[in-house]
Design a protein around this ligand. Structure first.
Ligand code: PMP
Ligand code: GLN
Length: 380
């Protein structure tokens, strides 16, 4: 039978993690922390499973967790979503992105994505029978050119997908970008899907410009986040979507027949954790900023050139002083010959910029892991 996703292979994250394991490489490729989740969270999870919260939770998420998300959103962004009608708990941000696209995008329509972009966007769009229209970000700063986005809008455009802090670059949208998006979408029927999974990992005193801060934007938006990023537990796959009641209603139609509901014990654990320890997410930026600074300092003793990292937990490096290989070949070579796994950027593009020599390194790691990687990178 004809493939529904003819251009899709195994994700670069899986490919590089497998290669890293085969070659005992330090894995700075796939983005996941190698340190412990907060002790309180594990205790809460244990407690809640023993207390018997092991059956189907409500389809939309347990009320205590939706309440905690609403409170946290209010504290962070000055606006509190509707607990019952505006928040849906999902199995990771990935499910939320898939559900949001399928809730409102019809076959034959178009969704604008900004390249480079995270790899789960386009397959979700294609499976909805729609087309991803790729608009390039600036190849050096990864800033959007809203004029180019405007030029990409057609009568078929149904959604604009944004991601800040940005994977893979760490670039962040600012208040000017938010105003530009409002200008672009005003008077159109275009929805906004905002991937904010790195919302709490922002540096240098910057403010995360959540779409939820902006009334004009949030009334047409699906905003998704992930507990995996905020609580160092990417394998738990719990996230959520905040959207106005009418959009949440459509979103839930997809969610209820996709997964129906998400891992109950973790919902109880996060509800307790968010309320008891707001310091955890409040201090996450500082926690990762120290890692970023130390890692960048160490990179100066290698021939890799670090690019700025405003947010997120990925460091882009320019390797042109080391090698003229294309990025896929370079990352394979780095893994197999030098024992450090990295992620090439070209899989994040429809049309990778010719001659781009960038690789992505994840610094959500213990100091010992990063030190071991740096020792190897010094030999390049
Ligand atoms: N969006 C971005 C930008 C990501 O980096 C990730 C995690 N890799 C996701 C979405 C998916 O998050 P989750 O693991 O919660 O599905
Ligand atoms: N989001 C992770 C990254 O960017 C990968 C998640 C996955 O492997 N699907 O590295």
């Amino acid at each position: 039978p004809a493939s529904k996703l003819p251009r899709v292979g195994t994700t670069i994250f899986t490919v590089m993690s497998q290669l890293a394991a085969e070659h005992q490489a330090v894995n700075l490729g796939q983005g996941f922390p190698d340190f412990a989740v907060p002790a309180r969270l594990v205790d809460e999870l244990d407690k809640t499973m023993r207390a018997g919260h092991n059956q189907y939770p409500p389809m939309t998420g347990i009320p205590a967790l939706r309440q905690a998300i609403a409170d946290k959103t209010g504290r962070c962004y000055g606006w509190r979503p509707d607990v019952d009608a505006g928040i849906t708990v999902t199995s990771g941000a990935s499910e939320a992105i898939f559900d949001a696209v399928h809730a409102v995008v019809h076959p034959g329509e178009e969704v604008i994505v900004l390249d480079p972009c995270y790899d789960c966007y386009e397959p979700a769009i294609e499976l909805a029978g729609a087309r991803a229209m790729h608009v390039p970000l600036d190849p050096l700063t990864f800033a959007p050119d809203w004029g180019l986005v405007r030029a990409a809008i057609t009568a078929k455009t149904r959604m604009l997908l944004i991601n800040s802090p940005h994977n893979p670059s760490g670039a962040m949208l600012d208040a000017g970008d938010m105003a530009a998006i409002a200008d672009l979408l005003r008077g159109t029927g275009i929805f906004l899907l905002s991937d904010e999974v790195y919302e709490h990992i922002v540096f240098d005193g910057a403010r995360h410009e959540s779409v939820l801060r902006y009334p004009e934007l949030r009334e047409r938006a699906f905003v998704v986040s992930s507990f995996g990023k905020t609580y160092h537990c990417t394998g738990w796959k719990l996230g959520y979507c905040i959207a106005p009641p009418a959009l949440s209603a459509e979103f839930r139609k997809v969610h209820q027949y996709n997964t129906f509901c998400s891992f109950a014990p973790a919902q109880h654990a996060f509800a307790a954790m968010i309320q008891a320890e707001p310091e955890h997410y409040e201090q996450l930026g500082a926690f990762y900023e120290a890692k970023r600074d130390r890692f960048r300092e160490q990179l100066l003793s290698t021939r890799l050139k670090p690019l700025p990292v405003p947010g997120g937990y990925f460091q882009l490096v320019d390797y042109s002083a080391v090698s003229d290989l294309d990025d896929l070949a370079f990352c394979r070579w780095l893994t197999t010959e030098h024992g450090v796994a990295a992620i090439p950027l070209s899989p994040f593009y429809e049309n990778p910029p010719p001659g781009q020599r960038l690789a992505r390194l994840c610094f959500a790691k213990n100091e010992a892991t990063l030190d071991a990687a740096i020792q190897r990178l010094r030999k390049l």
